[in-house]
Design a protein around this ligand. Structure first.
Ligand code: FAD
Ligand code: NAI
Length: 478
């Protein structure tokens, strides 16, 4: 006998679990199905983000940053350490505890909000009365079950894309999953792709002592980032010892007992080879739609396997919605969450809304990189009349006191109206500083609005105010 729900959510990552909670808050009898297993085979909701993404990567970034500070920055503060060591096992165990706290937190939230949780793989069985009666979804868990949802939200996320001919074995050729579980600091670590994962994971293991080489296909570094900011970040990463080769063409990848050898052609067309102990492949992610049995109900997928949705996350089927990494748009946890909330509200007849122009991006390297809105190159490409203002952390008192003066804040504003069009930051705590810019852009603020707001002294946020002042060429501290 199947169990009937108003809303069935397939996938318990940030898109799915947040959609389920919001749907339950709105009074719907809601179920969430998620198949992720912890090491004991038990449920581990939270998806990629919680288990092998945002949360564990930030835990390791924190540990490795402490290690780097202890080894390099402490001496400037007069703090002496006789011997410095890293217990990788302990560091990984701490990361696992952080992950578990988040898994448990989600299970608690399901209980609190009366969301019925099903542990197992959900797949479509059939549409009832052409979808007007809802959809039957089978759950292949401990005991097979069937649920019926009057409305179904698909939030099945994404998985790492392997290189052709080099499948992930999570021992030597690693996806994000294996990259977060390397048991000892490799002497030589290779990364394919200098995108977000490449830079974050490369930073973790470099800080701990690995010799890290990143091979990137594109000739430009961080093409989606404002060029001036990307250039500054590139300079900092190279100074730290990250080897980044741009414009390469990766060829054959061979594994042997010792490690992995990557044959590649460099930007000048020369044949090269890179021998490493471990290789992380971070060349983007693919939507998870296999196993969903989309064909059974005729759910439309695109050529990448992503679920086709409109601007409001409606799929090709009435009453079926899709959110997060499994649909178009940036693969970010907060984008998935916002879509999940908006869909639950739409189901309730409300006007859920996601502003795709104000979704912030953060790369949690050191220096951090964060931005919202358009880059200077995008403004140029669309022929926009704009003004730019920058302010370096070098001239910020708090950054000097922190001993972290790399980078800058950059504002881009409309030349006529002064409306903020983009804010780009490379430097300390960029991940936190960007929120002010997001709020400002949501309220359609001008650069002058930020320039006139009182910011605490001494704080990094004063660099934001000064960059806004710089748009009008009237910085006070530079
Ligand atoms: P997912 O989190 O992938 O969740 C989907 C869930 O559905 C999974 O639990 C999966 O097992 C389950 N599932 C799939 N198919 C089925 C099925 N048929 N039945 C039942 N369950 C199913 N984003 C950020 O915003 N900030 C970051 O700092 C950040 N760091 C990242 C670091 C790494 C290393 C990686 C890999 C990603 C990172 N991301 C980050 C991206 C972020 O993790 C994703 O954008 C986010 O997890 C997408 O959420 P989602 O709910 O769409 O999918
Ligand atoms: P990515 O899209 O960020 O970067 C992939 C890089 O690999 C690109 O620079 C691309 O040009 C390069 N590439 C592709 N094919 C290649 C090839 N054959 N050889 C060499 N280089 C190649 O993807 P990544 O790093 O795998 O991360 C996936 C997604 O996960 C990100 O786009 C982001 O959405 C999300 N993420 C977000 C984080 C955050 O918000 N801080 C952290 C980590 C991941």
């Amino acid at each position: 006998m199947s169990k009937n729900f108003d809303v069935v959510v397939i996938g318990g990552g940030p898109g799915g679990y947040i959609a389920a909670i919001r749907a339950a808050q709105l009074g719907f009898n809601t179920a969430c199905i998620d198949e992720w297993k912890n090491e004991k085979g038990g449920p581990a909701p939270g998806g990629t983000c919680t288990n092998v993404g945002c949360i564990p990567s930030k835990a390791l970034l924190q540990s490795s940053e402490h290690f780097e500070h202890a080894g390099h920055a402490f001496a400037d503060h007069g703090i002496g350490l006789k011997e410095l060591s890293i217990d990788v096992k302990k560091m990984l165990a701490r990361k696992d505890t952080v992950v578990k706290q988040n898994n448990d937190g989600i299970l608690y939230l399901f209980k609190k909000n009366k969301v019925s949780f099903f542990h197992g793989r959900g797949s479509f069985v059939k549409a009832i009365d052409g979808g007007s009666g809802g959809y039957e979804v089978a759950v292949a868990g401990a005991g097979p079950e069937t649920v019926v949802g009057r409305q179904v939200i698909v939030a099945t996320g994404s998985s790492a894309r392997p290189l052709p001919g080099a499948p992930f074995d999570e021992d030597k050729i690693l996806s994000n999953d294996g990259a977060l579980r390397i048991g000892a600091v490799p002497k030589k670590l290779g990364l394919i792709g200098s995108g977000v994962i490449g830079l974050e994971m490369g930073s973790v293991w470099r800080r701990l002592g690995a010799e890290v080489t990143v091979l990137e296909a594109l000739p430009t570094f961080l093409g989606a980032v404002d060029e001036q900011i990307a250039k500054e970040a590139h300079k900092a990463f190279v100074k730290q010892g990250l080897k980044i080769e741009l414009g390469v063409k990766v060829g054959e990848i061979k594994e042997d007992k010792k490690g992995v050898t990557v044959a590649y052609t460099d930007a000048k067309g020369g044949a090269q080879s890179l021998a490493v102990d471990k290789l992380i492949v971070s060349i983007g992610r693919v939507p998870n739609t296999t196993g969903l049995n989309a064909e059974a109900v005729g759910l439309k997928l695109d050529e990448r396997g992503a679920i086709v949705v409109d601007g409001e996350c409606r799929t090709s089927l009435p009453g079926v919605w899709a959110v997060g990494d499994v649909v178009r748009g940036p693969m970010l946890a907060h984008k998935a969450e916002e879509e999940g909330v908006a869909v639950a509200e739409r189901i309730a007849g409300q006007h859920g809304h996601v502003n795709f122009n104000t979704i912030p991006w953060v790369i949690y390297t050191s220096p951090e990189i964060a931005w919202v809105g358009e880059t200077e190159q995008q403004l140029k490409a669309r022929g926009a009349a704009y003004k730019a203002g920058t302010f370096p952390f070098m001239a910020n008192g708090r950054a000097r006191a922190l001993g972290d003066t790399t980078g800058m804040v950059k504002f881009l504003a409309d030349a006529k109206t002064d409306e903020i069009l983009g804010v780009h930051i490379v430097g300390p705590m960029a991940s936190e500083l960007i929120s002010e810019a997001v709020v400002a852009m949501e309220f359609k603020a001008s650069a002058e609005d930020i320039a006139r707001i009182c910011h605490a002294h001494p704080s990094l946020s004063e660099a934001t105010k000064e960059a806004a002042l710089a748009v009008d060429k009237r910085t006070l501290n530079l």
